[in-house]
Design a protein around this ligand. Structure first.
Ligand code: DQA
Length: 146
């Protein structure tokens, strides 16, 4: 079955983009990112569904339900990147390519952000390119030709 659907999933506090630590995360909102990535994937004939949750278990539920429904996931797990064995396990359990995205360069920040519990089970990781990271992740999941 050819689905042509991508899921963009954002974790805790990313609903606050635009009014949260602008010097780290920029001025743009989550809605701005959603609009931009929706347009990009639609140019390829794909559909984007976008979800955000502040709750670890809900992110697990969304990823479980996504299996078989999407071609790939653009995922910014936010703070759960550094703590969540449950997200590690669900990404390992499903057969979808999941790309881990971080707006900021987590390696140039506090030491507790340097470790990702998810990177080893993700298809790839894109870090430190601001909102451009979501675009790069989408391009990695889309076909080479439009
Ligand atoms: C983040 C980096 C995380 O360390 C942090 O907890 C976030 C956002 C990023 O996109 O740069 O909430 O994932």
């Amino acid at each position: 079955m050819y689905l042509k659907r991508l899921l963009m999933l954002n974790g805790p506090n990313l609903n606050l983009l635009g009014k949260r630590e602008n010097e780290v995360y920029g001025e743009f909102t989550l809605q701005d990112i959603e609009n931009e990535i929706t347009k990009l994937v639609e140019d390829y004939g794909y559909r984007l569904d976008s979800k955000q949750s502040n709750h670890e278990g809900e992110l697990v539920d969304i990823l479980q339900a996504a299996d078989g429904e999407y071609d790939g996931v653009i995922f910014n797990p936010a703070a759960y990147t550094h703590t969540s064995v449950a997200l590690h396990d669900v990404i390992k359990a499903i057969s979808l390519p999941v790309i881990e995205v971080h707006i900021s360069n987590i390696h140039s920040r506090e030491e507790f952000r340097h470790k990702s519990l998810l990177a080893s089970v993700c298809y790839g990781q894109i870090i430190g390119f601001g909102k451009q990271g979501y675009r790069l992740a989408a391009l990695a999941l889309l076909p080479e030709q439009k």
